[in-house]
Design a protein around this ligand. Structure first.
Ligand SMILES: CC(C)(COP(=O)(O)OP(=O)(O)OC[C@H]1O[C@@H](n2cnc3c(N)ncnc32)[C@H](O)[C@@H]1OP(=O)(O)O)[C@@H](O)C(=O)NCCC(=O)NCCS
Length: 146
């Protein structure tokens, strides 16, 4: 049974650990706490059978959504949680008046790119050498419909 709910300060420790497991440039607990306190950012977590399993951070500025982060813990991947988080993200954007959503993704991140395309995102630009450690291009994707 999956539950998707708004992130709370009590979730900071495990989301910080999730960041370390999922990214080569993980967000620190301080940065996550700042995002949580930031009214422009909407952070939601997914729990599977009561266990923490994933999260996203959507920032909404001037009627546009930006996906800042999404991650599912390695042991919970491939069973639809990422898609459920993306559906909640799209709903959250809509509810906050953001018809369009953008994101940046590493060009080699095939699972994430496949998920985004299946959710209606299209690549509109490539930023050469945008990422460090390891150096890589970024795809800039947009979902133009609400
Ligand atoms: C991207 C990520 C969130 C997907 O989470 P997930 O729970 O495994 O995704 P789901 O099981 O909901 O799969 C949804 C879709 O993603 C794509 N996908 C997931 N895993 C995939 C894989 N290994 N290879 C290719 N496509 C994959 C598929 O399109 C899939 O749809 P389908 O099941 O109908 O084929 C997860 O892989 C992750 O946390 N990655 C590390 C962090 C990250 O890269 N975040 C994105 C940064 S921009």
């Amino acid at each position: 049974m999956t539950a998707i709910r708004e992130m709370k300060p009590e979730d900071l420790a495990w989301v910080t650990e999730l960041e370390r497991l999922c990214f080569s440039d993980p967000w620190s607990e301080t940065l996550l706490a700042e995002a949580l306190a930031q009214p422009l950012d909407r952070l939601w977590v997914a729990e599977e059978e009561g266990r923490p399993a994933g999260y996203f951070d959507l920032r909404i500025v001037a009627g546009e959504g930006e996906l800042m982060r999404i991650a599912v813990a390695p042991g919970f991947r491939g069973r639809g949680l990422g898609r459920k988080l993306m559906e909640k993200l799209a709903e959250t954007a809509r509810e906050n008046g953001a018809q369009e959503i953008t994101l940046e993704v590493r060009a080699s991140n095939a699972p994430a790119i496949a998920l985004y395309k299946s959710m209606g995102f299209q690549t509109e630009a490539v930023r050469k050498g945008y990422y460090a450690s390891p150096a890589e291009d970024a795809l800039i994707m947009w979902r133009r419909r609400g």
